[in-house]
Design a protein around this ligand. Structure first.
Ligand code: AMP
Length: 419
């Protein structure tokens, strides 16, 4: 009796050949862009103490309250698969005292995350992000730089219909005053609010600004604006940021309803959207978290970062990728040449010439078909005749031209060709 098939977990994806090339390209592009802006890579463990996220992301967030993959291990420790990267990177920043080595620490990551969300197109339970976290500066230069990094990457990927929204949620004083005013505004409408917003009204009224319900979006259009509660310093910070973005030629929209709900967030928030994505249209979200490092046990340190979803970026990216990596296919004919083919393939590979050959012992026709399928530029044909004369036939698969090359000069001959 055949055994039942085991399938992958809901909300996770296998990334197969054909797709992985796109991932590699994106990752290489992210890395080289990060090098250009002088950000260094950090890698943190796949799991952390649950407490890190309780404190560093916050119990009232959807992520922590509903979506974490948490368990107690055999030693009684409460552990969680990382649902975001800012808290783990901040933990590592504190633990390794990175600030003492560099007053401004600029880090980036490319990583997998886990959230138990309702899967749909563009929303998964294991997904991937790249992002940056910069610690040590309150000044808006760094805010503008990290926005520029995100925009630069999306542009290089040819993503259409990009929209950058920015806002400032001000400093602590500003937010405290604003929250009170917001509650006064919302109170007469309390009964008509959704259950989620009713809870937020008491715990975190700022997040009602972020509501996805159409009625509430309409209601919030008449709500007080956070910009009216900015301190002079908040205003100066935001104005400078806008000037820097203008100077870099980066277009943006100001949206005063773009908020981050947690207490340790301050001032700059931003989001990059692409209308080519449909419902899950956010490519990247970021903001300043000047209170976070202190919240998880470090010295007060300003910080700012963003995280961008790789699956969504690949859905939105119009860029075609050329998957042709194998330049050369070796066609071997007959039993006697097998050793020669193995030897030659290894010689070419040692010399960094990507090549492949037939291990299924097929006919010449089938082997050439395979070479064409791989979109190889050249085929090396070796039959028993060629072996005796110590030469090969080199076939240009684009033009069909064929020439004889002496075995001992193959390498130098191939190196002189431009693939
Ligand atoms: P967040 O960490 O929630 O601020 O999300 C940052 C970015 O990660 C979003 O803009 C999305 O592009 C992406 N993202 C968030 N949640 C998911 C998910 N469940 N599946 C795929 N991408 C996601």
């Amino acid at each position: 009796m055949s055994k039942s098939q085991i399938r992958s977990i809901k909300g996770t994806q296998d990334i197969l050949p054909g797709e992985t090339e796109k991932w590699q390209r994106l990752e290489q592009m992210v890395r080289s862009t990060m090098d250009t802006y002088n950000y260094k890579e950090i890698r943190t463990p796949v799991f952390e103490k649950t407490e890190l996220f309780n404190r560093g992301v916050g119990n009232q967030t959807d992520i922590v309250s509903k979506e974490m993959y948490s368990w107690t291990d055999q030693g009684g420790e409460n552990l969680t698969l990382k649902p975001e990267l800012t808290a783990p990177v901040s933990r590592a920043y504190i633990q390794h005292n990175l600030g003492s080595k560099q007053p401004l620490t600029k880090l980036y990551y490319i990583d997998a995350l886990f959230r138990r969300e309702r899967p749909q197109k563009g929303r998964y339970r294991q997904f991937h992000q790249f992002g940056v976290e910069a610690f040590g500066s309150e000044n808006p230069e760094i805010d503008s730089e990290i926005i520029a990094i995100a925009v630069s990457i999306f542009k290089q990927l040819d993503i259409k219909d990009l929209r950058l929204k920015i806002n400032s949620i001000g400093s602590d004083v500003c937010r405290a005053n604003f929250k009170e005013e917001l509650k006064i505004f919302l109170k007469p409408h309390f009964d008509s609010l959704s259950e989620t917003s009713k809870v937020r009204f008491n715990k975190n009224p700022l997040r009602i600004l972020d509501s996805k319900s159409e009625e509430e979006i309409k209601l919030m259009q008449n709500a007080p604006s956070i910009s009216d509660y900015w301190t002079p310093d908040d205003k100066a910070h935001f104005t400078e940021l806008c000037n820097f973005l203008d100077a870099m030629g980066i277009k943006f929209e100001i949206d005063h309803n773009l908020v981050r709900g947690l207490d340790y967030y301050s001032r700059t928030t931003f989001e990059i959207l692409s209308s080519s994505l449909g419902a899950q249209d956010a490519l990247c979200g970021g903001g300043r978290y000047d209170g976070l490092v202190e919240m998880i046990g470090g010295k007060p340190t300003p910080g700012i970062g963003f995280a961008a979803g790789i699956e969504r970026i690949l859905l939105a990216s119009a860029q075609e990728f050329d998957e042709n990596k194998i330049k050369l296919y070796i066609v071997g004919l007959g039993e006697k040449v097998r050793v020669k083919v193995v030897e030659l393939a290894e010689l070419l590979r040692e010399n960094h010439i990507p090549c492949d050959y037939d291990m299924l012992r097929r006919s010449m026709k089938a082997q050439l078909r395979e070479a064409n399928k791989m979109r190889a530029n050249y085929a090396i044909i070796i039959g028993e005749n060629e072996l005796e004369k110590s030469q090969i036939e080199l076939k240009d698969l684009t033009t069909g031209d064929q020439q004889k090359v002496a075995m001992e000069s193959i390498l130098s001959h191939l190196k002189s060709l431009s693939f």
